[in-house]
Design a protein around this ligand. Sequence first.
Ligand code: MG
Length: 132
Amino acid sequence: MNRYFKDKTVYAVDFDGTLCEEQFPEIGKELTGTVKLVQAIQEAGNPWILWTMREGPRLEEALSWLAERGLKPDAVNDNLPELKAMYGNNPRKVAADYYIDDRSMITEEDRQKIIDEFINRLQNVIREECRS
Ligand SMILES: [Mg+2]
């Protein structure tokens, strides 16, 4: 798989059922594993896109909920500005190296393993960056 950038990885992250339990239009209970994963992704300097069907006030609520957890997406239901400039277009499918979504075809057990592995890997990157 060719990544979009050499030095960072782009993630598209769903909201309902992924960062919080599915309870739309309300915001369900936080899914801590994914929240920690996205915090680690962000802290390691990777861009992430909020990739959600929420719009209007429901989207604003989600953005506030994320902000309370220190999470700020680099784009919302949109491609990253750098990629729009690089490709000269803005297709409806957002470009990401990885899509984190409860609708992806993996089991709950797989998902937890992936989350644990990513958190470990990202924490190692952060530790190494702090040392240098
Ligand atoms: Mg979902």
